[in-house]
Structures are given as C-alpha cells and as structure tokens.
Design a protein around this ligand. Structure first.
Ligand SMILES: Nc1ncnc2c1ncn2[C@@H]1O[C@H](COP(=O)(O)OP(=O)(O)OP(=O)(O)O)[C@@H](O)[C@H]1O
Ligand SMILES: [Mg+2]
Length: 169
C-alpha cells in the first residue's frame, strides 16, 4: 500500500485539559508515526471546562516545535474522521487495568466500523499512570497544586479560567 503522506495516527480524546499523561503518549506516538493528530472530541461532555477551540489551541501551543504533531477537533464517528485524515492508526493510552475494559470495547467497535484502521495502545511513564483530566480539574478547583501534572501553559490557562470565573460571580 502506498502512503504518500506517511503513516498518520489520530489520538482522540476530550483533553479537558491536556495533561502530562497525554503529552507522554503524544511524544511516544510522534516517534512511531510520521504524523500524529491530537483530535479533540467536541461535545463529549456537556459542560467542559475548556471549549474545543481552547483545547485544540493548548495542544498546538505545547507542541508548537513538533512538526509532526497537529491538533484538530472532530465530532461524529472517529473512524469517519480517521478516514478523512487518511489515518491508519488510532492511538490510545492505557494507565491501568481500569482503562482496559472500556478501551477494548471501543477498539473492537472501531475495528468493526473501520477494519483497516488499527488501534495502538501505549503505556505512559509510571509517574503519569494516575493522572487524569478529571482529577487534575478536581485538585485544581480545590486549590491543590497541579505543577508537574500538566504542561506549564495548561497550568497558566487553568489559573486564567479561575480568575475569569471569579470575575463572573
Ligand atoms: N495519564 C495518562 N496516561 C496515559 N494515557 C492517558 C492518560 N490520561 C489519559 N490517557 C488516555 O488518553 C486518551 C484520551 O483520554 P481523555 O481525554 O479521556 O483523558 P482523561 O484524562 O481520561 O480525561 P477524563 O478524566 O475527563 O476522562 C485515552 O486513551 C486515555 O486512556
Ligand atoms: Mg477518560
């Protein structure tokens, strides 16, 4: 099979916000594929903290110096989006056994919907195995430090969100 634009992978998720766990997986994917597209799922949650545009922008900012890492948003079926981007792989991260069951279901459903697209799982560095966007938001909302759990830009934008929210009250 010819792949004129190289091997393309999509890494879908809500990334609300992007954590260092996500960054770890993206860096691993960037080594494995010619291009990796961080694909922000729109409307996954009814009330995300960051808009889809803000989440895409955060990924673009963090990976500004990586020519083969892109960020975009999508909705609808992931396999349709993957086809649109001529991607042959879906990248997902596995933190713990607890991720496995859901990820297996998704991977098998996506295989049924798009048999030519392979799901590739990767494990993050151990220090990120407990990091999730939900937990980061919870800790931050309660005033706890999130330094080291998210990229600096994301930490800064979390602060911005908090001061905006305080002004809106
Ligand atoms: N710390 C991490 N290490 C490895 N993979 C991760 C990590 N956090 C998320 N992922 C993976 O990244 C993909 C996208 O995840 P998602 O955007 O749902 O992040 P999340 O941190 O699980 O967010 P939420 O807490 O809102 O569910 C999934 O495959 C998920 O397993
Ligand atoms: Mg999740």
């Amino acid at each position: 099979m010819t792949t004129p634009r190289g091997r393309v992978a999509v890494y879908p998720g809500s990334f609300d916000p992007l954590t260092n766990g996500h960054v770890d997986i993206i860096l691993r994917g960037a080594r494995l594929f010619d291009r990796i597209i961080v694909a922000v799922l729109r409307n996954a949650e009814k009330h995300p903290l960051f808009s889809a545009e803000e989440r895409v922008q955060a990924a673009r900012d963090v990976f500004a110096e990586y020519a083969n890492v892109e960020a975009d948003s999508f909705d609808g079926l992931l396999v349709d989006y993957a086809h649109l981007k001529q991607a042959t792989a879906i990248v997902r991260g596995l933190r713990a056994v607890s991720d496995f069951e859901y990820e297996l279901q998704m991977a098998l459903m996506n295989r049924r919907l798009g048999p030519e697209i392979e799901t590739v799982f990767m494990m993050p560095a151990e220090q990120y195995t407990y990091v999730s966007s939900r937990l980061v938001k919870e800790v931050f909302a309660l005033g706890g430090p999130v330094t080291g759990l998210v990229p600096e830009i994301v930490e800064y934008r979390l602060r911005e969100k908090r001061s905006q929210a305080q002004q809106d009250v």
